[in-house]
Every structure is written in C-alpha cells, then in structure tokens.
Design a protein around this ligand. Structure first.
Ligand SMILES: [Fe+2]
Length: 447
C-alpha cells in the first residue's frame, strides 16, 4: 500500500518478477484496512507510512488485532522509530521489517526473504564465516552430517536443513530444481566436508591404485578440487568476485581459439583441460588469481592482463607429470627424491613451453618472461636462475605470487583459517624489491 501510483507499480513489478504470489493494492491506509477485513488472510504487507486517509500505523494497528497477523514491512523514507505508532515494529515480531525509501530491488528482496524465512520457521543467521559449495557436488558427496544454508544477502544466511534432517537430499534437490546453484556451510562444517571428501578420494585411490605404486600420497591432495565448480568455489572463498571469474573465463576461451590452429599447443591445452589433476587445477586457479591481481594494478594494460592469463594456463603444460609440476622448492624432500632426468625436466619446463609458444606472435615478451621466471623467489632461492628481488620485473612478481599462492591453496587446503594464514604469509614474504608492486595488488584483492 502506497498513495503514489508509480511506487505501487514498481513494488508490484518487483514482487511479480521474484515471487509466485497473489498481490492486492491499496492507495490509502483505510482502503487497506477494508481489504484486510474483507479478503482472505494475507501473508505479508508492504506498507508506506505517510498516506492521506489512514497512515501506516492505522494499517499496522489493525493487523495486530487479526487472529493471524501478517508479516509487516514498513516501506518509508522515515524509519519505524521516527514514525508515531510504529516504534515497536521490529520488537513486536521477528516477521516485521523496515525498508528505507528509496530502495533497491536487492534491499527489498533481502527483507522479504528474511521475513518469509522466519514465517516458514527457518532461522536466519548472519556472519562472514560461511563457505560456498556447488549444490550438485554437495548432493553427490553424500555427506550430510552438517547444517545446510542458502544465502540471502552479503551477510545473511538461512538454514534449509539441519544436520539431523532426514530428507536433506530431497530439500536440496528441490532448491536445485528452482535453479539454486550453491549451498553454504559454516566454516567448521566446510572443513568436515572437505575432510570427508579427501578421505573418500584417498580410500578410492588406496583400493584402486596405491598398491600398484601408481599414485603417491602427495598426488591425492589436489584431488579435493578437480572440477571447475570446485575451483570456482575456492576462488570465491578466497575473495575473488564473479566479475573477475567471468573475465578470466573469457580470456581462457579466447586462448583456446587462439591456439586452435597450432596443433601441438592445442593438444597440450586439451590434455591439461581434460585431466582433472594438479596441473589443471593449478593452471585454472592461477589464471583467476593473476586476473584479479592485474585488475588491481594500474600499470598493467589489458593486453598484458590477457597474456598473463595465457601464461597461467601454459606455465606447466610441458610437464605431463603432476608430481614434477608440484615441485616448488628445489631444496625440498620432493626434489631430492627425483632422478637426474626428472630434475632436468623440472629445471627446464619453463624454457621448453616458452619455445613452444613462439608461433603465437602476439604473446608478449613480458608474459614469456613471467613463465620463464615462475619458480623464482624473493629470497633468491628459486630456480632455474636464483634471481633476486631486484632482478625480476613487476610482471614477473605478479605472476610468481599468483602461481605460488594457487599452489599453496591446493597443497595446504582452503579452510577459512588456512586461507587467512596463507594471505598473511604472502603479504610478508613477498614484500621486498620489485615484488612490492605485486604485494600492493595482492593486499587490495585479498584484504
Ligand atoms: Fe612450474
């Protein structure tokens, strides 16, 4: 109800777009009271305050006397505390709310969703500690000992299933059918979920392959995140937004097109993309991170940004062995275990891939150098050249940080606590010499 025809029209349109509901309109408080007393019970009222012929409090006071008072959302330029007779609106019932005029569609939907959730006995919770999971993947995982939430707004979540809910699968499926793509778990439950996933993969590998000596323990870790949906979940959880994901995906598909005519390169890229292993996950994850870092670096133009995403995809493409691609430190035990031929491959994979990229004439020199130097480190302990923080370029710095960060996320896991620790470590470890430009961007992306 609103005395302004235009505003009623806007509200009606917004409601019809989002909800399957029957709507009645009134242009004054007294007309609204008449409708409320004549017609069937209403679930929800959206009501302006200042109206001629009966203001918002007339309607509110009337609804309070009804046998089943509807949820009441005051939509007004003045808050409930500034509106006579409405002071107790929020304390009267959890199913009441206030939306300030002028409002955005999101603000209106958020309040309606919150009120309706409460009306249906669902509990709304708020906080930053919710982690996103692809709803399909969650169903497939058959892990159901956790509470499952939907996101209402930036910080508000509603519980759709308890940890003991017997029909959890059916409930989630119902939301998937309504086009809901993600569900949310609290961070402790998210850790349990990942652990369960990991145990399952490990069990599977133990029974199928470990006894044949084909797969070693270190190769099991990246299998936590092998699908593009799971990679996206990690990307969102570390704080990269959807715009960057979309932009990176565009770069990735343009890379595929650009190399289509290069049979050898295309075959290489296809192998990376078909194979849900470390090289694939690392390439994808690095591409999102480098794109986000470039966007926060005023000195990187769009051509360089695109080329660095290309570089992210190709950096380890010459290595067809995940174990070799995972060697990030040439003083580690993993390195010591390699034979001479394998060590040579690790030391030279960056040179080999750059020479294979030569037919791509548009591929910039800076991006080629970024690949060549992707294992260098700020303490000059990287390989193959052991360059110091003064000897690398700012582009190298961005690329090195992105690839290294992606690697640690895969190996160390992506629980919220782990992500915070890793971010802090990177902000300090890289804060020297020519890496400082990259750290500046890193600080902006990963606050
Ligand atoms: Fe590498």
């Amino acid at each position: 109800m609103d005395d302004e025809d235009v505003l009623r029209e806007v509200s009606r349109t917004l409601l019809e777009i989002q909800y399957d509901c029957e709507i009645k309109e009134a242009s004054s408080g007294n007309k609204a009271v008449k409708i409320l007393s004549d017609d069937a019970p209403f679930d929800l009222i959206l009501c302006d305050y200042k109206m001629p012929d009966g203001s918002g409090d007339t309607v509110y006071n009337f609804t309070k006397k009804l046998q089943k008072p509807p949820a009441f959302i005051l939509v007004s330029a003045w808050s409930h505390t500034e509106s006579s007779g409405m002071e107790n609106l929020l304390s009267d019932s959890e199913q009441n709310a206030y939306v300030s005029k002028p409002y955005s569609a999101e603000q209106l939907y958020e309040q309606i969703d919150t009120v309706m959730a409460s009306l249906n006995g669902m509990k709304v919770e708020s906080g930053p500690d919710f982690c996103r999971i692809n709803a399909h993947k969650f169903l497939q995982s058959e892990f159901d000992a956790v509470c499952v939430y939907l996101k209402l707004s930036e910080r508000k979540y509603v519980k759709i299933a308890d940890n003991t809910e017997a029909e959890k699968k059916e409930i989630i499926q119902k939301y998937i059918d309504k086009n809901i793509k993600h569900v949310y778990l609290k961070k402790n439950d998210y850790d349990l979920y990942l652990k369960n996933l990991f145990d399952k993969v490990k069990e599977k590998i133990d029974s199928e392959k470990l006894d044949t000596g084909e797969i070693k323990t270190e190769e099991i870790f990246p299998l936590q995140i092998t699908t593009i949906e799971a990679i996206h979940d990690v990307v969102y959880n570390i704080g990269i937004d959807e715009k960057i994901v979309k932009l990176t995906d565009q770069y990735i598909s343009s890379t595929m097109n650009a190399v289509k005519s290069q049979k050898k390169l295309y075959a290489l890229l296809e192998t990376i993309f078909l194979d849900g292993n470390y090289i694939y996950v690392h390439a994808q994850l690095t591409s999102y991170i480098i794109c986000a870092l470039c966007r926060e670096s005023y000195w990187v133009d769009k051509t360089h940004e695109r080329d660095l995403v290309y570089a992210a995809l190709f950096q380890n493409a010459f290595l067809d062995d995940n174990k070799l691609a995972m060697v990030y430190d040439n003083s580690s035990a993993d390195w010591q275990e390699l034979n001479g031929q394998q060590k040579t491959l690790v030391r030279t994979h960056m040179v080999k891939i750059v020479s294979m990229l030569e037919p791509l004439r548009s591929f910039s020199l800076d991006a080629q150098n970024a690949i060549l130097n992707h294992h260098e480190r700020p303490d000059a302990k990287g390989f193959p050249r052991g360059l110091t923080d003064k000897q690398i370029s700012p582009y190298d710095g961005l690329f090195i940080m992105a690839g290294h960060f992606a690697h640690e996320l895969i190996v160390q896991g992506t629980s919220p606590e782990r992500i915070i620790k890793l971010k802090d470590y990177f902000k300090t470890y890289y804060n020297v010499g020519n890496y400082q430009n990259a750290v500046e961007a890193f600080n902006k992306v990963f606050k």
